[in-house]
Design a protein. Structure first.
Length: 495
C-alpha cells in the first residue's frame, strides 16, 4: 500500500473521452490518447490493500488487483505486468470491454467511488506492449499431443494460448476470414481498435499456435473428423443463436439482427467494403434491446450518419445509486450508466423522443408497419410496468426505416452440424451440456465459454478458456499445473 491515505485524499478520476463532436467523425478509440498514464499512479494509490480484497472474488479471473495497484503506484511496470498477466491472458481486451464487476466489489465502493481498477489494468497492459514485456513464450518442449479449438473468440484464444504454452500442438479453427470472433466483427473499433487484437494473434503465432480461418467446422471440416485427428477438441464457438422478436410486421424489409448489422460496419473498417449495405446513413434507426450490443449499434449508427437513433429498453430507468435492499454491495448493481455511445447520442440529440440519452425505458414493441413496397416505416410500442404488462393508454409509434434487434443470445448455432456430428447434448436453454470438468460426455471433447455457459462477459469468457485448458491438459497428461480460475457451474455473485 504505497499511500495509506490515498483513498481519503485523492478523488476518483477516469480516463477522459475525446470530445463528442470529434470522435463521432472517426472510428478511433473514444478515449484521449496518452491521457491515462498521468492519472493511474495516483488512482492506484486509492487502493486500500484490503485484508479481504473482494475485488478478487468479484473477478472470475481472480486478478491480483491490490498487488498490481501497488506496483503501478511505485512505477514498477514490469512487475505489474507480470502480476497482471499471471491471471489474465488478454488484459488489454478486458481493460477496454469488461464492465468491471471488480469495481462493484471494491471495498472502497461501500461509501465512496471505487478504485479505477479497469483504467489501471489497461494502462499496465498498454505499457507492457510499449516496453516489450509481452515477448512470446513458446514451450520448452512439445508434449506430442494435439488439440483442436473451435472458435477464436476470447474463450478459444485463451484456451489455445494456455495449451500451447503447456507444450501441446494447438490449431484454432475459425469460420470467418479473420481471427477474433465477436471481438473482430461484433465489437466496434471505437470500443477496441483491432490493432490490440492483431498483436495478440501475432504473439500466439510466435508461440506456436496455428490458425485455420475460413473453415466452418461441421461443413468444411467434419467435427467427427477433428475428433479422430486430434487428441482433444475444445468447442468455444460462442452463443451465436440470437433471440427473435415475434411480433406482427417482423417480415418487413429493413428489420435486422444486430449481429447482421455490426459485422458489416466492421468490415468497412477492415477495408473489405466501401460502405455497409445496411448503413444507417440518413435513416431513422430504432434499436430494440437495452444491453451492450444495443449500445454498440447506437454508436455505430451515429457514426454512419443516422437521421435519428432510438434505443428501446424494456426495463424501467434505473437510479443513479445502488439499491442496498435489492442489490447490496458487493453485487454488481443495475444503475444508470452512460456509455460513450449514450453520451454521444445525448449530446447530439439523436433521439428527441427518448427519456434519457437515446433510450426509451419501460418500452415494449407491439408491431411494425411498413409502406406499399414492404419496407418498415414505423415501430409501435407501449409502456410496461415492472412486470412487463402493458400500461393502458401509453401506446404510440415512432418512425423507423432501419430496425436492429439486440435481444441477446441463447446457445451455439445449430446449422453447422457440430452438435449432431459429435452427438452432443443440449441443456433446456440451448447451451451445450457438460460435466464438472468441462467434458461433454463425448471422450476428448470439451465445451467452454458462451456456447456452454450462455451469454456472458468477456472476463468470464477468458476465465472459461483458462479453466478448460487445465481440464484438457489433465485429460492429456494425467495432471496439470495450469490454473483453474472457475468451475463450469460458477456464476457471478448475486443476492
Amino acid at each position: 500500500m504505497a499511500d495509506p491515505k490515498g483513498f481519503m485524499t485523492t478523488p476518483r478520476q477516469e480516463w477522459p473521452r475525446r470530445p463528442v463532436g470529434e470522435r463521432v467523425r472517426d472510428w478511433d478509440d473514444v478515449y484521449v490518447p496518452g491521457a491515462l498514464l498521468p492519472l493511474v499512479g495516483a488512482q492506484a494509490d486509492r487502493c486500500m490493500d484490503c485484508g479481504i480484497p473482494f475485488c478478487h472474488d468479484a473477478c472470475p479471473l481472480g486478478n491480483l488487483i491490490p498487488e498490481w495497484n501497488d506496483l503501478v503506484s511505485r512505477e514498477d511496470w514490469r512487475a505489474a505486468s507480470d502480476r497482471l498477466h499471471a491471471t489474465n491472458n488478454f488484459p488489454e481486451f478486458t481493460g477496454r470491454l469488461c464492465p468491471a464487476p471488480c469495481e462493484a466489489g471494491c471495498v472502497l465502493a461501500i461509501n465512496q467511488p471505487a478504485v479505477t481498477i479497469k483504467n489501471v489494468e489497461v494502462a499496465i497492459a498498454d505499457r507492457a506492449w510499449e516496453e516489450g514485456f509481452t515477448a512470446p513464450r513458446p514451450p520448452d518442449r512439445l508434449s506430442g499431443r494435439t488439440v483442436a479449438v473451435i472458435g477464436s473468440g476470447p474463450t478459444g484464444l485463451a484456451a489455445a494460448q494456455q495449451l500451447t504454452r503447456a507444450g501441446h500442438t494447438v490449431a484454432v479453427y475459425e469460420k470467418d476470414d479473420r481471427i477474433g470472433g465477436l471481438m473482430r466483427y461484433g465489437i466496434p473499433a471505437f470500443k477496441m481498435e483491432k490493432r490490440h487484437l492483431e498483436r495478440r494473434i501475432e504473439q500466439m503465432r510466435a508461440e506456436g499456435t496455428r490458425f485455420r480461418t475460413s473453415t466452418t467446422v461441421g461443413r468444411d471440416v467434419m467435427a467427427d473428423d477433428l475428433r479422430t485427428r486430434y487428441d482433444a477438441v475444445v468447442i468455444a464457438t460462442g452463443a451465436t443463436e440470437w433471440r427473435e422478436l415475434h411480433v406482427p410486421g417482423r417480415e418487413l424489409t429493413g428489420i435486422h439482427q444486430a449481429m447482421e448489422y455490426l459485422p458489416l460496419a466492421n468490415r468497412v473498417g477492415e477495408g473489405d467494403l466501401a460502405a455497409s449495405p445496411m448503413s444507417a446513413a440518413g435513416r431513422h434507426v430504432v434499436i430494440v434491446g437495452g444491453g451492450d450490443t444495443g449500445a454498440d449499434c447506437l454508436g455505430t449508427a451515429v457514426r454512419e450518419g443516422a437521421a435519428s437513433v432510438t434505443q428501446l429498453d424494456i426495463y424501467a430507468m434505473p437510479g443513479e445509486a445502488r439499491d442496498e435492499d435489492t442489490e447490496p454491495w458487493p453485487t454488481y448493481p443495475k444503475i444508470y450508466r452512460l456509455s460513450a455511445a449514450h453520451e454521444e447520442a445525448r449530446e447530439l440529440r439523436s433521439a428527441p423522443v427518448a427519456d434519457a440519452d437515446a433510450r426509451l425505458f419501460a418500452a415494449s414493441t407491439l408491431r411494425f408497419t411498413g409502406d406499399e413496397a414492404g419496407r418498415v416505416r414505423a415501430l409501435h410500442l407501449v409502456e410496461v410496468d415492472a412486470d412487463r404488462r402493458p400500461v393502458d393508454g401509453t401506446s404510440r409509434s415512432i418512425p423507423a426505416d432501419l430496425v436492429l434487434l439486440a435481444l441477446g443470445f441463447t446457445g451455439p448455432a445449430r446449422e453447422d452440424g457440430i452438435v449432431e456430428q459429435l452427438g452432443l447434448t443440449l441443456e433446456t436453454r440451448g447451451t451445450l451440456a457438460r460435466d464438472g470438468d468441462f467434458g461433454t460426455g463425448v471422450p476428448g471433447v470439451f465445451a467452454a465459454g458462451d456456447a456452454a455457459r450462455g451469454q456472458s462477459l468477456i472476463v468470464w469468457a477468458i476465465a472459461e478458456g483458462r479453466a478448460v485448458a487445465a481440464a484438457v491438459d489433465r485429460h492429456l497428461t494425467g495432471s496439470s499445473r495450469l490454473p483453474t480460475p472457475i468451475g463450469p457451474y460458477d456464476r457471478p455473485r448475486s443476492v
